[in-house]
Design a protein around this ligand. Structure first.
Ligand SMILES: [Zn+2]
Length: 63
């Protein structure tokens, strides 16, 4: 069983769970900002550069 999705592209598990690949350094910022979904501080950034927890983005169809 090999991974079929392209690197750094989000994909969906058979049960509908979205999985994001945020292993790239562009998803990390040295300064904390408020998560666009839950408002708590995070150093993570989504693919558009907005502060966001990975789990929050996955739960809310983020990128
Ligand atoms: Zn969050």
């Amino acid at each position: 069983m090999s991974r079929q999705h392209k690197a750094h592209e989000p994909y969906d598990l058979p049960d509908g769970t979205r999985v994001l690949d945020w292993s790239d350094s562009s998803h990390y910022c040295p300064t904390s900002g408020p998560c666009r979904y839950c408002g708590n501080g995070t150093i993570l950034r989504d693919s558009a550069g907005r502060a966001s927890h990975k789990v929050c983005a996955e739960k809310n169809g983020g990128v």
